[in-house]
Design a protein around this ligand. Structure first.
Ligand code: R5P
Length: 296
């Protein structure tokens, strides 16, 4: 077993290899002036199982293609198996067809990874677990939860004045898990998507959070529209404090600036997307643990 870093996750790969005492393959990487990637793997891979660690955000297409290049070359050099650990798996939300001939990018992504030699893929909190699990059955897939790490963080931060709110019922299970055992209540707001315009609207379901410490939890933020709409509803009810907790924080920095402007006190995300404008919960221990339990 050896670890091969993808260009996007060199430091993370080194950290995991060091933690687990797994040999590490150096990667020579450069970007040509036209933006294309040059990659060269340094080391023996014959008959070895290799874990490529590479995140797929930002620059989703480039990062995916690099994984495919690496995987195909590892197989050409007789690696026995290629596994990929990507903390955030891109294109996972395009998981069903809403219009005729629309591309189900999630499925195609998994197919292309498999066709380029990837035997298994591991990621954190994929958007639609069912679609992830059922697509491309030949590819082994592991959806690992960072919720235990988030819950541990919340344990030391919350008391019985806290309540956790989700922007829609899609995160109900996560809300239940996070509040279970902590002295906090939870509710999910209601979100609708217009089937023609795809416009999203959120309904005030009459929550009472006056003087409460409110945590808004979501699995992912991109445009920020969902979270900002939820905050507007919550803010009308005069909470004592507002915190945003999100697993995958893909939003542009301006979105978090806006959140602070409207009165959000704290923004917490995991480093499945590494950034400096949120308080980050480190998930590297969960990567190490999964690799250790599964492969060592
Ligand atoms: C939706 O089902 C997800 O849980 C998120 O609420 C959504 O994807 C967030 O997207 P945005 O930040 O663009 O509103």
């Amino acid at each position: 077993m050896k670890i091969l870093p993808g260009p996007a996750s060199i430091e993370l790969s080194k950290k995991i290899a060091k933690n687990l005492n797994i040999p590490y393959l150096n990667l020579e990487y450069k970007q040509f002036t036209d933006g294309e990637s040059y990659l060269q793997i340094d080391g023996e891979v014959n008959d070895e199982e290799i874990i490529i660690i590479q995140n797929t955000f930002p620059n989703q297409e480039k990062r995916l293609l690099e994984i495919m290049f690496l995987s195909a070359t590892l197989k050409e050099y007789n690696a026995s198996k290629v596994h990929v650990f990507t903390p955030y798996l891109c294109y996972a939300r395009a998981d069903r067809r809403r219009k005729e001939m629309e591309i189900i990018s999630h499925k195609v992504t998994l197919e292309l990874l498999y066709k380029s030699g990837v035997d298994s893929i591991m990621t954190f909190n994929v958007h639609n677990k069912e679609a992830f699990t059922s697509s491309v059955p030949e590819l082994e897939k592991y959806d690992i939860s960072v919720l235990p790490l988030i819950k541990k963080y919340l344990e030391s931060e919350t008391d019985d004045n806290y309540t956790i709110i989700g922007p829609d019922k899609g995160v109900s299970e996560e809300l239940k898990y996070l509040s279970d055992g902590l002295d906090v209540s939870y509710t999910a707001l209601e979100k609708y998507r217009d089937s023609v315009t795809h416009e999203i609207s959120m309904r005030d379901i009459g929550i009472d959070v006056e003087n409460k410490d409110v945590i808004l939890f979501d699995d992912i933020i991109t445009s920020g529209r969902t979270a900002l709409d939820a905050f507007r509803i919550i803010l009308d009810k005069r909470p004592k404090s507002l915190t945003f907790v999100v697993i995958h924080a893909l939003a542009k920095p301006e979105v978090f600036v806006k959140m602070k402007e409207i009165g959000v006190h704290k923004i917490i995300s995991t480093n499945t997307i590494s950034r400096t404008d949120t308080e980050q919960i480190d998930v590297s221990s969960a990567i190490s643990k999964f690799i250790e339990d599964k492969f060592l």
